[in-house]
Design a protein around this ligand. Structure first.
Ligand SMILES: NC(=O)c1ccc[n+]([C@@H]2O[C@H](COP(=O)([O-])OP(=O)(O)OC[C@H]3O[C@@H](n4cnc5c(N)ncnc54)[C@H](O)[C@@H]3O)[C@@H](O)[C@H]2O)c1
Length: 449
């Protein structure tokens, strides 16, 4: 087996196609209708399906949600502009098939699973969706198929959910079917790093599995880095996102220190970033959202807890991160009281509620907790974010976005997320702006978190 090795796709397209075109090694491999099936067409799966298709693969795109399929067909999914173009093109083609029927998976040479791996309210991994997807692919598995998990998960999961059950079905992994793990690294909304240009780490259940998975990935990514095992590939993703979580917690702590010493943390981070080695900038903010940083480290912590292994630094970072939205509300209260206002009845406008700029994704967004807590403490709350008409609040009520921020007449504006198209021209110098992004706005009464 080749280990710890990076392999790049040849730049010459003909040479590359020659590399990937040969059939897989299994002698009983049928003539599959699709080169790859993507299971789960969300923020990860849909761009992946489109990337494969634009790299000349025949793609079966499967989602259990008929509504999601309709949204994709109507071209209403939240995508980068480049992926919107790819989708418009793919929808007209017979080699790009959208379906909700899992039976179709039998027709695909490879099946890539891109379903969510959230945590529950007790911060325990919720594997039900991934387990259900694996049960589906086990029920349709066909000799010769390569099965690859890309959802972030605990170490040993691919073995538990695929390798062991396949063996129990009497299939020889590495001969009859091929199993691999390669975590997705996509950064939704970020056009700076092309999906296909970001190297992928892959681990296989056997050397043959690793070989097949590498070939599958090289259909659309330029570089694949192979590791020794499924477990090493699973752990690599947990390291990447735990590294981010710990460093964001540190950036938040530095921001608080700078605020207490009346130093602008953005200046300090910019200055430290001039060092060409040994420093990497992380930005403080109102908390973290999305499907990765608030969740993934808990997959590791949950596993460690079961084995009685402690990880105090990671635990502390995650505690700090989850407390951050409340700190925003505490700061709102302090800033208002410094100006002789109480929280009760104060008009607070939250600008930008997505978990990060330029995405229509509210999952785990700190803004949700901030809105709830402001309301709980008696504020009259509005939000401005053209990406969301309304949001669901704790307790089942909902809040509609406001259309005219000037007319809201806020006592305090909380800048939470600044989308590229956020118009702040209505802000005037009388308004107090609590800038949780630390660099989002330049007005007279700006205060940092
Ligand atoms: N969103 C990100 O920024 C990001 C980045 C890197 C990695 N990841 C990882 O990728 C995985 C997927 O995340 P996502 O953000 O794309 O999720 P998502 O919620 O956007 O999309 C998941 C899709 O899977 C579908 N689905 C659920 N169960 C299914 C099943 N059994 N069969 C077919 N379809 C099914 C859902 O209907 C949904 O459309 C997660 O494990 C996440 O940790 C996410």
């Amino acid at each position: 087996m080749t280990t710890f090795e990076s392999i790049s796709r040849p730049t010459d397209e003909k040479e590359w196609l020659a590399t990937i075109a040969p059939p897989l090694v299994h002698p009983a491999r049928p003539d599959f209708d699709f080169d790859v099936a993507i299971v789960g067409l969300g923020y990860v799966g849909l761009p992946t399906a489109l990337a494969y298709h634009s790299a000349h693969s025949r793609v079966l795109a499967l989602d259990v949600s008929a509504r999601r399929i309709d949204t994709i067909r109507a071209q209403g999914a939240d995508l980068l502009d480049s992926d919107r173009l790819r989708l418009a093109e793919a929808l007209d083609r017979p080699d790009f098939v959208l379906t909700s029927d899992p039976e179709e998976l039998r027709r695909a040479a490879a099946v890539i699973v891109c379903v969510p791996t959230p945590i529950d309210e007790h911060l325990v991994p919720d594997l039900s969706i991934l387990r259900a997807a694996c049960t589906t692919i086990l029920s349709t598995v066909t000799p010769g198929q390569t099965l690859m998990l890309t959802s972030t998960t605990y170490v040993g999961c691919t073995d538990d959910l695929l390798v062991k059950p396949l063996t129990e079905l009497g299939l020889s992994v590495g001969n009859d079917v091929f199993v691999a793990f390669s975590a997705e690294r996509i950064d939704p909304g970020n056009a700076a790093f092309g999906h296909d240009e970001v190297p992928r780490v892959v681990g296989g259940a056997t050397p043959q599995c690793e070989e097949e998975a590498t070939r599958l990935l090289l259909r659309y990514v330029t570089t694949v880095h192979r590791v020794r095992s499924l477990a090493a590939a699973e752990m690599t993703k947990l390291l990447e996102n735990t590294f981010r979580a710990v460093n964001i917690a540190l950036a938040n702590e530095f921001a608080d220190i700078c605020t207490s010493l009346d130093i602008d943390v953005a200046d300090v981070i910019d200055a430290a970033s001039t060092k060409p080695y040994g420093f990497m900038p992380f930005l403080p903010g109102p908390g973290v959202g999305g499907h990765c940083i608030p969740c993934d480290p808990h997959y590791l912590l949950w596993q460690l807890k079961r084995s009685r292994v402690s990880a105090p630094m990671i635990t502390q970072a995650m505690t700090e991160i989850s407390a951050r939205p409340h700190r925003v509300v505490d700061r709102v209260q302090t800033v208002l009281s410094e100006r002789g206002r109480g929280m009760t009845g104060a008009r607070v406008l939250v600008v930008g509620i997505a978990y990060k700029a330029d995405v229509e994704d509210l999952r785990e967004s700190p803004a949700l907790e901030i809105l709830d807590e402001l309301i709980r403490r008696g504020a009259r709350v509005g939000y401005l974010d053209p990406h969301f008409d309304s949001v669901a609040l704790a307790g089942g009520s909902s809040l509609a976005g406001i259309a005219d921020p000037a007319a809201f007449d806020a006592d305090l504006v909380v800048l939470h997320t600044r989308h590229r198209d956020t118009d702040l021209s209505w802000l005037d110098d009388r308004q107090i702006v609590l800038d949780t992004t630390y660099r989002g706005v330049d007005v007279a009464h700006r205060v940092n978190l």
